[in-house]
Write a protein that binds this ligand. Structure first.
Ligand SMILES: NC(=O)c1ccc[n+]([C@@H]2O[C@H](COP(=O)([O-])OP(=O)(O)OC[C@H]3O[C@@H](n4cnc5c(N)ncnc54)[C@H](OP(=O)(O)O)[C@@H]3O)[C@@H](O)[C@H]2O)c1
Length: 274
C-alpha cells in the first residue's frame, strides 16, 4: 500500500512537471508572435471605427464566445447595425440590446436565408459544437459545413471582413478530427477571397459555462493552477477572446489573411483594459 501511494505520488509529480514544461515551451514559442499594442489607444480606434458606420452580423451569439462578443459590441457601440443569425430567437432584458436585429434561420437550408446575410460589412463566426454533443457527422456539419456556407452567403451579401473563431492547433492535416475540421474550414474560407479574413485560434476558453461539459470543466480546473504562471500557454479568458476580436477589427490591419494565435489574442484583449 505504501509502495502504491509512493508510486502514485511520483507519477503525479512527474505529470505536473510535464505540464509545467509543456506550458513553458508553448509560452516561449508563442512569445515570438506577440503584437505590440503599447502605442495603441483603444478609445481613439473605437471612435474612428464608429465613424465608418459599419454593420455586422454574429453567428453563434447564444454561445459563450458570441455572448461575450455581443456584449462588448453593444457596450462600445461600434456598429450602426447588428444582426444575430442563429437557429433560435434570443431574449434580452437589457434595453441596450433592443436595437439588435435577429434572423432565425434553418442551417440545413441556409440558401433559403441568403437575405439574412446581405448588407453586412463585417461578420463574426463563433458557431460550433462538439463531437460529444453532435457525433462525428454532426460536428463536421456544424463546424465545417454550416460555417463555410455562412461565409459563402456573407461574401455574396457584401461582407468585406470575415472573422472566424477557430481553435489553437487547427490544422487540416491533423490526425485529430477536431483540429482537422477547424483547419479545413479555415482553409476553405480563405478560398472565398474576402477583402479581409481574420482567424482567431484561442486555447481552452476560461468561462463559467452554463451548459456542463465535463472534459472542459476538468481541463479548466487543471489549467487554473498553471494559468497564473503561464497565462497564455493553454487557456484564455472568454472576455479576452471577445476584446481581441474587436480590437483587431478596429485596428483595421492591412493583412488580407491573418491568424491570431492565443498569445496575440491575449495581448490584444488587454488593450484598453485599465
Ligand atoms: N470551448 C473551448 O474551450 C474552445 C476552445 C477553442 C476554440 N473553441 C471554438 O470557439 C467557437 C465558440 O466556442 P464556444 O465554446 O463559445 O461555443 P458554444 O458556447 O458552444 O456556442 C456555440 C454556438 O453555436 C451554435 N450551434 C451549435 N450547434 C448548432 C447547430 N446544430 N445549429 C445551429 N447552431 C448551432 C449554438 O447555438 P445554440 O445556443 O442554439 O445551441 C451557439 O450559439 C467554437 O467554434 C469552438 O470550437 C472553443
Amino acid at each position: 500500500m505504501i509502495l502504491f501511494e509512493s508510486i502514485c505520488g511520483r507519477v503525479s509529480c512527474f505529470l505536473a512537471l510535464l505540464v509545467v514544461l509543456i506550458a513553458a515551451a508553448l509560452q516561449i514559442l508563442e512569445n515570438s508572435e506577440s503584437i505590440d499594442v503599447s502605442s495603441m489607444d483603444l478609445k481613439t480606434l473605437d471612435e474612428t471605427y464608429r465613424g465608418k458606420n459599419k454593420s455586422c452580423f454574429i453567428l453563434g451569439a447564444s454561445g459563450e464566445s458570441g455572448k461575450a462578443l455581443l456584449k462588448e459590441i453593444v457596450e462600445r457601440k461600434l456598429f450602426s447595425r447588428i444582426t444575430l443569425i442563429g437557429r433560435r430567437q434570443l431574449t434580452f432584458e437589457d434595453k441596450a440590446f433592443e436595437n439588435v436585429a435577429q434572423e432565425v434561420v434553418d442551417f440545413e437550408k441556409l440558401d433559403d436565408y441568403a437575405a439574412a446575410f446581405q448588407g453586412h460589412d463585417v461578420g463574426y463566426c463563433c458557431l460550433g459544437t462538439t463531437k460529444a454533443k453532435a457525433g462525428t457527422e454532426g460536428f463536421i456539419r456544424v463546424d465545417h459545413d454550416y460555417v463555410l456556407k455562412s461565409a459563402e452567403l456573407a461574401k455574396a451579401g457584401g461582407c468585406s471582413h470575415f472573422n472566424l473563431e477557430s481553435s489553437k492547433g487547427a490544422d487540416k492535416t491533423s490526425g485529430f478530427l477536431y483540429l482537422k475540421v477547424k483547419g479545413q474550414v479555415e482553409a476553405d474560407i480563405e478560398q472565398l477571397d474576402f477583402e479581409r479574413y481574420s482567424i482567431y485560434r484561442p486555447a481552452v476558453l476560461l468561462v463559467d459555462r452554463q451548459e456542463s461539459r465535463a472534459a472542459e470543466w476538468m481541463a479548466r480546473k487543471f489549467l487554473g493552477a498553471f494559468s497564473s504562471a503561464f497565462p497564455t500557454a493553454m487557456s484564455i479568458p472568454i472576455t479576452s477572446v471577445a476584446r481581441a476580436m474587436l480590437a483587431n477589427t478596429v485596428i483595421q490591419g492591412e493583412k488580407k489573411v491573418e491568424i491570431l494565435e492565443n498569445k496575440a489574442m491575449y495581448d490584444l484583449g488587454k488593450l484598453g483594459v485599465k
